[in-house]
Design a protein around this ligand. Structure first.
Ligand code: SF4
Length: 380
C-alpha cells in the first residue's frame, strides 16, 4: 500500500494508427512530431501535479488511449521511465498498458516489462479478419496470437483481451467462435462490450446509408447471455457488467474507479477525481502541449460536486459490480439518503431487477441487462 492519498494514476495517450469506424473517443492519427511535444508536455504536467499533490507510490497506473503502444519505442520508454522516477510506484503496483496487437515488438515488450509494466490490455475487438478490416482496425487474428505470445515471453503474466459482442457482420456463430478462439490464448481477463452507436462516427453514417446493419437489443442480450455462461463455466468471474477475470486477476485500476477512489489523469482528455473536485483536461493534444510547453496551466473544465452527488456517483458504479452496493443501516450524515435508496431498491427487488444479501444489493440476471435503468431509478 501507499502513504499517498492518491493511489491511482491514469495517463491518456491520444494517438492511434487509424480511426476505428465506431470510435467516438478522443484520439488522433499518430504523427511523430506532435507525439514528441505531447511526451514533453505530459512530463511537465506530471511533475507539476506531483508537486501539488505530493503523491508517491501509487498502487495502480494505467496507460490508456488512444493506443499507448503507438508511441515509438523511444518515446514510450522515455514516458514510462519518467513516470516511474516521478511517482515511484508501490513495490506491488499494477501497471497496465492498453495496446493494439501489431504495434508491439519483442524488444518493446521487454522494455515495457523492464520499466515496470506488468499488465496488458489488448484491444482485440474481433478475431474475424474481414470484420476487423471493415471497422478499420490494422491488426488481424494472427497479430493477436503473435503479440500475445511475445507478451508472455517478455514475462507479462496478466493479459486481458477486449472484445466487442455486436459488431456489424458478426453472427451468433461467429461470436461463439471469437470467444473460443480468445480462450485458446489463455488470457487472465476478458472485457466484453456492447457498442453504442455514437452520432458522428463513420459507423453511424454507414448505417444511415444502409451499408451496414446495426444490431438489435435482442441480439445483444442473447450474445451477452451466452458470454456469461461460456466464460463463467471456464473459470472466469464476472466481476463487473462488462468484465471477467480469473481468480485474483481483476483489474485493480478499474476496481479503484468503481469503488470511488481518488485518481489523477494526465494528458489531453484525461479526467481526475480528488475529493469533491472533478476536472477533465481539454481533449486537444496540440492545445495541451502548447499550453504546458509555454508554462501555462493545462486547459480544463472543472466541477465541484456535493457530498450527496459524490455518494451517488459511487452508487452508480458499485451496483454494476459483482461485489454490489453496500448500504449500511447506520446513523450518519447520509442515513436519510441510504434509506431512500433502500426504498427504491426494494421496489426494484419486487420487479426482479435486484436482490439483497444483508446490507448489500446486487443486480439480478435481468437487472444486469437493465443496469442503466436500475441506476437511474435508484437515483431518482
Ligand atoms: S484504437 Fe481505440 S481509441 Fe483508437 S480509434 Fe480505435 S477504438 Fe478509438
Amino acid at each position: 500500500m501507499t502513504d499517498s492519498p492518491i493511489s491511482h494514476v491514469y495517463v491518456h495517450v491520444p494517438f492511434c494508427s487509424s480511426k476505428c469506424t465506431y470510435c467516438a473517443l478522443y484520439s488522433t492519427v499518430h504523427r511523430d512530431e506532435p507525439a514528441r511535444d505531447y511526451v514533453a508536455a505530459l512530463k511537465l504536467e506530471i511533475e507539476k501535479s506531483a508537486q501539488s499533490f505530493g503523491f508517491r507510490g501509487p498502487d495502480t497506473i494505467f496507460f490508456g488511449g488512444g493506443t499507448p503502444t503507438q508511441l515509438s519505442d523511444e518515446l514510450y520508454a522515455e514516458l514510462a521511465e519518467h513516470i516511474r522516477d516521478s511517482v515511484c510506484p508501490a513495490v506491488d503496483a499494477e501497471w497496465t498498458s492498453e495496446c493494439a496487437p501489431g504495434t508491439l515488438t519483442a524488444a518493446k515488450l521487454r522494455t515495457m516489462r523492464a520499466v515496470g509494466i506488468n499488465r496488458l490490455s489488448f484491444g482485440v475487438q474481433s478475431l474475424d479478419n474481414e470484420v476487423l478490416k471493415s471497422i478499420n482496425r490494422r491488426h488481424n487474428a494472427q497479430d493477436v496470437a503473435d503479440t500475445f505470445r511475445m507478451a508472455r515471453e517478455a514475462g507479462i503474466d496478466r493479459v486481458g483481451l477486449d472484445l466487442i459482442a455486436c459488431l456489424p457482420g458478426v453472427s451468433d456463430a461467429r461470436w461463439c467462435e471469437d470467444l473460443e478462439q480468445a480462450l485458446t490464448l489463455s488470457p487472465e481477463h476478458i472485457s466484453v462490450y456492447g457498442l453504442t452507436p455514437e452520432p458522428g462516427t463513420v459507423l453511424v453514417h454507414q448505417a444511415e446509408r444502409g451499408e451496414v446493419t446495426l444490431w438489435d437489443e435482442e441480439t445483444y442480450f442473447r450474445r451477452l447471455d451466452h458470454t456469461e455462461t461460456f466464460l463463467t463455466q471456464r473459470g472466469f468471474e464476472r466481476y463487473e457488467i462488462s468484465n471477467y477475470a480469473k481468480e485474483g486477476r481483476r483489474c485493480r485500476h478499474n476496481m479503484a474507479y468503481w469503488s470511488g477512489r481518488d485518481y489523477i489523469g494526465f494528458g489531453p482528455g484525461a479526467s481526475s477525481r480528488v475529493g469533491l473536485m472533478r476536472w477533465t483536461n481539454t481533449p486537444d493534444v496540440k492545445g495541451y502541449s502548447k499550453a504546458l510547453l509555454r508554462g501555462d496551466a493545462v486547459p480544463r473544465t472543472e466541477e465541484h460536486v456535493t457530498p450527496e452527488e459524490d455518494l451517488s456517483e459511487r452508487c452508480m458504479f458499485a451496483i454494476r459490480t459483482g461485489d454490489g452496493l453496500h448500504l449500511p443501516h447506520e446513523d450518519g450524515p447520509f442515513s436519510a439518503l441510504y434509506a431512500n435508496w433502500r426504498d427504491g431498491l426494494a421496489a426494484l427487488e419486487t420487479n426482479g431487477l435486484v436482490r439483497r444479501e444483508d446490507e448489500r444489493w446486487h443486480l439480478t440476471h435481468a437487472g444486469r441487462w437493465m443496469a442503466d435503468t436500475v441506476a437511474a431509478a435508484l437515483l431518482n
